[in-house]
Design a protein. Structure first.
Length: 327
C-alpha cells in the first residue's frame, strides 16, 4: 500500500454519510488553441451521481438514465463505478464499504463536452463526500484521469481537470501531473451548439498528425501564451487575437458539417473566437457577455436547422466551482 493509502487508511467512520447527490459540469476542452492542455467548465449541461451506502461491501450500479442504453451497468466496465472501486481499494476500504450508484446523464454521449469526464468526476466527488472528504481535489485528480483512460484509451486531463477544479485549467505536464488554475474574466461566456452528428473521440484523435511544421508550432505556442496573458490581464481583444488553432482545427473541422459556415456566423455576430469543443462535434463561440454568446449560438442553431441538422444549444459563463452537492 503506497503512502497516500497509508495516510488515509484510518477513515473516520463517524463522518461517513448514507447518501449523497452530486452534479459535475460539462467542459470545453482545448479552449480552441490549447490542445490537450487547456479547458474550462460550464454551468450546464452536466451529469448527476446519486450514491448510497449499503451494508454489502463492493460497488454496484443501480441504474443509468439518459444514455439510451449505451453505457454498461457492469461495475468493472463503467468508468464511474470502476474509478470509485479504484479509490476505495486505494484507501484500503474495498472490503469495508458498500456503495450503489444511480447515474443520470444530462448531456449527449460523444458530444465533445466531456460526457465521460463529468460522470467520472461526479462519481469520485460523490464517494469522497460520502466518506467525509478524506482526499483533496488535487488527490482525486489522478483517479479522474484514469477514468478518461478507461473511457477513450487516452488518460488526458483537459476535461477532468476543469470539471473537478472548476474554472479554466492548464495542464502543464503529466510526469508528474501538474494542473494550474487560471484567472476567469468576469464577462467570458460560451455559446455552445451540439450538432447531432457522430464524431467518435477515437476517430477524431486518429486524424491528428504526429509531426507538425515548426512554423505552425511557433504560431500555436504564441497563441497559447497570448491567451493565458489575456486571461490574467482580462484583455478581451488579446484573448480574441490568441484563440486561433492552426494545428488541430484544420483536420478535425472536416468531420463537422457546416463548420466554416458556423465559424463565419459566430465571428460576424461579434464572438471573440470560435472553434471545436474537445473532439467535437460541439462547437463553441467564445464571447464577451452573455448576450453575445446567446446571439452567436442562436444564429448557428438557426443555420443548422436550415441545413436540416438537429442541434442542442447551451449558453453559460465559466463555472468556477466544479462539482457540487445537490440537496
Amino acid at each position: 500500500m503506497d503512502t497516500l493509502a497509508k495516510k488515509y487508511k484510518q477513515i473516520d467512520f463517524a463522518k461517513i454519510v448514507d447518501e449523497v447527490r452530486v452534479f459535475a459540469p460539462a467542459t470545453v476542452a482545448n479552449m480552441i488553441c490549447g490542445f490537450d492542455i487547456l479547458g474550462f467548465a460550464v454551468d450546464y449541461p452536466g451529469d448527476e451521481v446519486h450514491m448510497y451506502r449499503v451494508p454489502e461491501p463492493g460497488v454496484r450500479i443501480r441504474s443509468i438514465r439518459g444514455d439510451d442504453g449505451r453505457l454498461p451497468l457492469d461495475a468493472d466496465r463503467n468508468t464511474v463505478s470502476a474509478c470509485v472501486k479504484a479509490l476505495l481499494e486505494h484507501l484500503g476500504l474495498q472490503g469495508e464499504i458498500g456503495v450503489e450508484i444511480d447515474l443520470i446523464k444530462h448531456m449527449p454521449i460523444g458530444s465533445g463536452l466531456g460526457s465521460s469526464s463529468a460522470s467520472t468526476v461526479a462519481g469520485l466527488f460523490a464517494v469522497n463526500s460520502l466518506l467525509g472528504n478524506p482526499l483533496t481535489k488535487d488527490e482525486l485528480l489522478p483517479f479522474c484521469v484514469e477514468g478518461e483512460r478507461l473511457a477513450c484509451g487516452h488518460g488526458h486531463a483537459d476535461n477532468v481537470a476543469p470539471a473537478l477544479m472548476g474554472g479554466i485549467t492548464l495542464v502543464r505536464g503529466y510526469s508528474p501531473l501538474d494542473v494550474i488554475k487560471l484567472p476567469v474574466p468576469n464577462e467570458l461566456y460560451a455559446g455552445i451548439v451540439f450538432p447531432k452528428v457522430d464524431v467518435p473521440t477515437r476517430d477524431a484523435r486518429q486524424l491528428i498528425k504526429e509531426k507538425v511544421p515548426l512554423k505552425d508550432a511557433v504560431t500555436q505556442w504564441g497563441n497559447i501564451a497570448g491567451l493565458i496573458a489575456g486571461l490574467y490581464e482580462e484583455d478581451y481583444q488579446l484573448i480574441s487575437r490568441s484563440m486561433h488553432d492552426v494545428l488541430i482545427e484544420p483536420t478535425r473541422a472536416i468531420l463537422i458539417p457546416e463548420f466554416y459556415a458556423m465559424k463565419d456566423i459566430a465571428l460576424q455576430a461579434g464572438a471573440l473566437s470560435f472553434g471545436i469543443s474537445g473532439s467535437g462535434p460541439s462547437v463553441v463561440a467564445i464571447s464577451k457577455g452573455k448576450e453575445g454568446a446567446e446571439k452567436a449560438a442562436a444564429l448557428i442553431q438557426a443555420h443548422l436547422t436550415q441545413c436540416e441538422i438537429e442541434s442542442l444549444k447551451y449558453v453559460s459563463a465559466v463555472n468556477v466551482d466544479g462539482p457540487k452537492l445537490i440537496k
